[in-house]
Write a protein that binds this ligand. Structure first.
Ligand SMILES: [Fe+2]
Length: 180
């Protein structure tokens, strides 16, 4: 008898299938991020993929809810919930990432590590508004994200790994002075 393990998901089936098709092209990380971003723009779910409790956020910190982990470990889908003022550390990532804002807006600052590794320089800023989808692939992915708005912000993130096995999407946190 064949035992079929349930796929752990509460992500819309059309989004999961579209990401699966994109990742199975086995392109490089940047190309895969671009392909997945195209699909997330078409299939971006609403904030109601989360429960009302989850959508309220956590007063202590921003929260990450796993919506789907692909059984072969090739990608995962999460929802991040930020109350006003909540912010990540400056960090980079273990793999490519595509994210789309489904409520509120997120403010992102991009950084570059100095050649000697002793400090960071800010190299860009962007506001990611409701409905906007962006993607990136390491290297050059050092950033900090905050909710600088007045209401709870929610975004859907797709990562090119099973982040529940890794424990996090963060490769390194940069606790370094920012110059310039
Ligand atoms: Fe990040």
């Amino acid at each position: 008898m064949t035992v079929i393990m349930p796929v752990r998901t509460r992500c819309p089936a059309d989004l999961v299938e579209a990401i699966r098709t994109a990742t199975r092209q086995h392109a490089d990380w940047q190309q895969t991020a671009d392909l997945v971003a195209r699909e997330l723009r078409v299939h971006l779910p609403g904030p109601d993929v989360l429960t009302a409790d989850e959508r309220a956020g956590d007063p202590d910190d921003y929260r990450c809810h796993v919506l789907h982990t692909e059984p072969d470990g090739s990608f995962s889908v999460t929802a991040m919930v930020w109350r006003p003022g909540q912010v990540t550390p400056i960090h980079d990532h273990v793999t490519w990432c595509v994210f789309g804002v489904v409520q509120g807006a997120e403010y992102e600052q991009l950084y570059m590590l100095s050649a000697d590794g002793a400090h960071l320089a800010e190299v860009g800023r962007s506001q990611n508004s409701l409905g906007e989808v962006s993607g990136f692939a390491p290297p050059g992915d050092i950033h900090r994200v905050r909710n600088s708005g007045q209401s709870v912000a929610i975004s859907i993130h797709v990562y090119g790994a099973d982040i529940t096995r890794l424990g996090s999407s963060i490769r390194r946190v940069y606790d370094l002075p920012v110059i310039g």
